[in-house]
Each structure stands twice: as structure tokens, then as C-alpha cells.
Write a protein that binds this ligand. Sequence first.
Ligand SMILES: [Ca+2]
Ligand SMILES: [Ca+2]
Length: 229
Amino acid sequence: METRTLLFSLLWAAALCEDLSGKQFTFPDDPKSLNVPHVTLHIDTDSIPTMTVCLRFFSQLQRTQGLFSLATRDHPNAVMLMKSSQGKYKVHLGSNTYEFEDLPTHLLDWNSVCWTWDSGTGLNQLWLNGLRTSQKLVGLNYDVSGDMNAIIGQEQDAFQGGYNQNDSFEGDVTDLHMWSHIVSACDTRSYMNQGSFNPGNLLNWNDLSYKISGNVYIQDSDFKEPACY
Ligand SMILES: [Ca+2]
Ligand SMILES: [Ca+2]
């Protein structure tokens, strides 16, 4: 194992996993903030040939914002999902990109988004709030391997860095999962409709190893309508 890879692994060895069911990460709008709020998520794999990533976000922001940013040492945008403007979502697989347009997005409610990709076929699909796009060909045979650094709240332009305030996420994130396979349409709809689903094997909100940087808060989520006492 390379020294830097070993150090990278050791950094996470002491990190605890936590069940964040019913919780959210809150990224407040803070115009004076220069501490680059973000959350780093530990992924225990060195290769992602196929994947599904799902999360729910709540945001009034209409400018570009990073939703999920996974960098490798080869490419800062190895697996990256941006909301590029209202209703537009851009997926990046290294230098391969595609922008999905006209996807109805709530500004005052939760949005559930899932992205599937298979390097063997190059097929990509985006799901939003129970609706899906047709398949797009992006990242055919693209190799995502080596050390992985996954974050939410920001967007990497370098491995573990290259942050830009104009790409910051503002709002709430919950129920983030990542699988090493294409989740079925039935399970994806179940995820979006609050039904049951098998949690992610690469990232699991119910057993998450993470590190908070900057002004990020953990609060109760109201995606599932809370019981008030
Ligand atoms: Ca980037
Ligand atoms: Ca950027």
C-alpha cells in the first residue's frame, strides 16, 4: 500500500459510525462565512464501476450548488452531481458531463434525487421526486478507482480541496445513501415515497462515518412529517 494511501486509511480508522436516521445536516446561508462548510463522508472502497447515489435536499438557492462531490487523485470531479441552476442538474464522471434540464424542483420542500451510472454500459439516469429521466450515455468505461474523497456541502476542484464559495450548498441534506449497483426502479420509488429500501453499502445514512468542517449543524429532519408533542 502506498504511504499516502495508508495515511488516508488511518485517518478514518478512528472515526465512528453514527445512525443519522431522522436527522439532517444543516448548511445555513452565512454570507460572511469563509470556513467552507462541508461534510466529508468515508467510503470504504477503491473502485466504483457501477453506482447509485441518492439524497434528499431542501434549498432555496437557485445558483449553482454542489450536491455530491467524490474526488479521486486522478480527477476532482470523478463522481459529481451539481444543481447547476433551477431545474438543471449536471452529472460529472471525470471530464464526461451531461446536464439534465427542466426537472421540477421544490424550493420550499424536500427534493429526493437519485443518480444511477454503470461504466460498462455508460448509461445514466436521474430521478427526482418520484419521476425519472430517460437514459443518457455518459462515462462509458470511465474508471473511478484509488483513494476516494466524498463530500457534501461543497464541490472539490482538487482532491480534498479546491473549494469555491460560488459552488457551496445552502440548505438541508438527509438520507444520503450510495450503492455499488443500480438500485431497481421499484426500490428507487420506494426511497422517494418514504417506503422501505435496503440502505447503501458504500454510504449508509443509518451507519455513517463522517467529519464536519465549518458551520454545519445536525438537526432533526422533517422529511417524514414529525409527530409533535
Ligand atoms: Ca470540481
Ligand atoms: Ca468548483
